[in-house]
Design a protein around this ligand. Structure first.
Ligand code: KIV
Length: 274
């Protein structure tokens, strides 16, 4: 039985912290699911950490769906959220509804996420009215990275802080079930969290959000191009993997691998006429 939207919202009411991690493929999603993480985001960060794009902007619906399907196949308990890629929901409400529905029908996700506040509130409402749960995402919105001139903390002036609060309230009003706060000052995230009935999920937004999200490649030390300041590396797997591969090369060259236990035997007599 998967986590449900109402269970996630109950967690806020009960003061129980919510965890969310990204996953992009079957094997990793299976591990995250079995570890008991309630929310898995098939984030558009997959464009960077899995596909090597410089930003999330080039990612397409087809690429997202390909990975979302694999994540759904690997999971039993987590609620899976498909991240709507750049320009899959901005052009028209009809586009947004059609693409949100593809995450549900083709990939088997239980919800979608999209970036923006007041400007996308009508779109969020239209999607929610179709029966598709929507998670909002405000603060640093990576699909607008060029307009925002880089990865900067958002909401640091009174005006921009007020705009972010209004964005959060507009998303709640539109029916979003939760909202990601990315790179928002701790105090502002605390105020927004207190003003909303729906859960806030923070990334680089301090400890007062109702939950936290991390990009799995960052928290496991698998993505080595750069380490975001807000990330805590719980492991350094790139190093572990490199040394395992080094050992494999050495053992193969020296003949230690494969040993008899990695092969299979047969009756020598069967081969005497070969
Ligand atoms: O795509 C993603 O991984 C995200 C998280 C950083 C929230 O949007």
């Amino acid at each position: 039985m998967r986590f449900t939207i109402s269970k996630i919202q109950d967690m806020k009411r009960a003061g129980e912290k919510i965890t969310m991690l990204t996953a992009y493929d079957y094997s990793m999603a299976k591990i995250v699911d079995e570890a008991g993480v309630p929310l898995i985001l098939v984030g558009d960060t997959l464009g960077m950490v899995m596909l090597g794009y410089e930003t999330t902007v080039p990612l397409t619906m087809e690429e997202m769906l390909h990975h979302a399907k694999a994540v759904v196949r690997g999971t039993k308990q987590s609620l899976i959220i498909g991240d709507m890629p750049f320009m899959s929901y901005q052009v028209s409400a009809a586009d947004a509804m059609r693409n949100a529905a593809r995450f549900m029908q083709e990939a088997g996700c239980q919800a979608v996420k999209l970036e923006g506040g007041v400007t996308v509130a009508d779109t969020v409402k239209r999607i929610v009215d179709c029966g598709i749960p929507v998670m909002g995402h405000i603060g640093l919105t990576p699909q607008s990275i060029h307009q925002l001139s880089g990865h900067r903390v958002q909401g640091k002036t009174t005006d921009s802080a007020r705009r972010l609060l209004n964005d959060a309230l507009a998303l709640e009003q539109a029916g979003a079930f939760a909202v990601v706060l990315e790179l928002v000052p701790t105090l502002l995230a605390r105020i927004i969290t207190a003003r909303l009935k729906i859960p806030t999920i923070g990334i680089g937004a301090g400890p007062y959000c109702d939950g936290q999200v991390l990009v799995i490649h960052d928290m496991l030390g698998l993505f080595t191009d750069f380490v975001p300041k807000h990330t805590k590396q719980y492991a350094k797997l790139a190093g572990v993997i490199k040394s395992a591969i080094g050992e494999y090369i050495t053992e193969t060259k020296s003949g230690v691998f494969p040993s008899s236990e990695h092969g299979s035997t047969m009756d020598e007599g069967l081969l005497k006429d070969l």
